[in-house]
Design a protein. Structure first.
Length: 371
């Protein structure tokens, strides 16, 4: 008998699946979800609209999700001023699936994808799982610096000449947004790479931080991906999307499975988009909480990294893994992203923030007395 391990595709042998812990803890600040529930007015609209389509579930959904694309384009136009049309929009079950569609269409065997590490862990995973060779680029020659160095990004783009480049702005897990000049320079450094700007956290950016959507006109290889998981407080709905040239979204239709967005998903997402202001009402509060978390960590003598997102990367831990466990023992789940001496903490409610900071203080004091 041949074992299944031997039968599976060679690149999958011995791999482990994505698995951020889903633990039942009092304070979960590990996956950058919103701590605020979906507002009641939207809950009621969702219930009505799902009931409205339930009897038609005998039919396949609108394969072109036309209404959803119109609403998403309208949201982007209204919030960024970029002249985005419905033909430029693509959507899928979470932006992870959107990113996978890009890699399926433009990556694959014999092709390479370049990213600048540390960044979103799914960029290499999605690339490699789809047969694309991943290149771990550097953000800065000094590994202690987390902002992307434009000269170095251009240099690495020219040296590796990849088919796909992932930029992430604001960057997860380090927190800061990219200057658009870097996006422009990376784009101009290659004439064949698809340049993906993952803007999952863009709604949390500090004032004056522009979206790469404004760069789309005239740049057919540029893609800006977005999600409803973070600012829209809608992670459970699974709705991610992108904006790119109409010809680009046309090519993604070659790799999507037929009817990939269910009638229910489309109804739920459209209901939320009809209440955009209500859905985004907590964003300003979360930004304040994030800034408070940053200040609170600094006051504890830690080294928080400036953030344009709904989380803060915090440095200054002697042993990040031990601190992660000690916080979990106190009911606070944060993320150990594998950067030595750092932990990533999501900005929750002000109460969760206080609990997390109190737990941090207790853990740090205990470490001191143990020394
Ligand atoms: C959370 C996150 C996503 C969102 O993934 P979804 O599949 O839309 O939930 C995408 N990119 C980055 C960088 C993220 O942190």
């Amino acid at each position: 008998m041949t074992s299944l391990q031997e039968l599976v595709r060679p690149e999958l042998r011995g791999q482990t699946p994505y698995g951020a812990p889903q633990l039942d803890v009092p304070v979960a600040l590990n996956t950058n979800e919103s701590s605020y529930p979906v507002p009641q007015v939207v809950v009621e609209q969702i219930a009505r609209d799902v009931a409205g389509v339930a009897s038609s579930l005998n039919r396949y959904p609108d394969r072109e999700f036309a209404r959803l694309r119109e609403l998403l384009a309208g949201y982007l136009r209204r919030t960024t001023g970029a002249p985005v049309t419905a033909q430029q929009i693509w959507a899928a079950n979470g932006s992870n699936e959107v990113l996978q569609h890009i890699v399926q269409a433009f990556g694959g065997a014999g092709r390479t994808a370049l990213g600048f590490t540390p960044s979103y862990s799914m960029h290499p995973l999605i690339s490699e799982r789809n047969g694309t060779t991943w290149i771990d680029g550097l953000r800065d020659a000094d590994p202690a610096k987390f902002d992307l160095d434009g000269d170095l990004a251009v240099e690495q783009t020219r040296a590796h000449d990849p088919e796909v480049i992932f930029l992430c702005s604001p960057n997860n897990p380090t927190g800061t947004a990219l200057d658009l000049s870097i996006v422009r320079r990376v784009y101009d450094a290659t004439d064949r790479a698809i340049v993906v700007v993952d803007e999952a956290y863009t709604e949390f950016s500090r004032a004056g931080t522009p979206s790469a959507l404004s760069l789309l006109p005239g740049r057919d290889r540029l893609v800006v991906s977005r999600t409803m998981s973070k600012a829209f407080a809608f992670a459970g709905a699974r709705l991610g999307y992108l904006a790119a040239a109409p010809e680009f979204t046309q090519l993604l239709r070659l790799v999507r499975l037929p009817y990939h967005l269910s009638t229910v998903t489309q109804a739920v997402a459209c209901a939320a988009l009809e209440h955009t202001d209500t859905m985004l009402a907590m964003v300003d509060k979360i930004k304040t909480t994030r800034d408070d978390l940053l200040a609170g960590c600094a006051a504890l003598g830690l080294q928080p990294v400036p953030s344009d997102a709904n989380f803060v990367l915090v440095g200054g831990f002697d042993d990040a893994a031990a601190t992660w466990q000690a916080l979990l023992d106190r009911g606070v789940l944060v993320r150990d992203v594998g950067i030595p001496h750092h932990l990533r903490i999501t900005a929750g409610t002000p109460e969760e923030n206080d609990t997390a900071l109190r737990a941090l203080r207790a853990v740090l004091e205990k470490e001191l007395t143990n020394e």
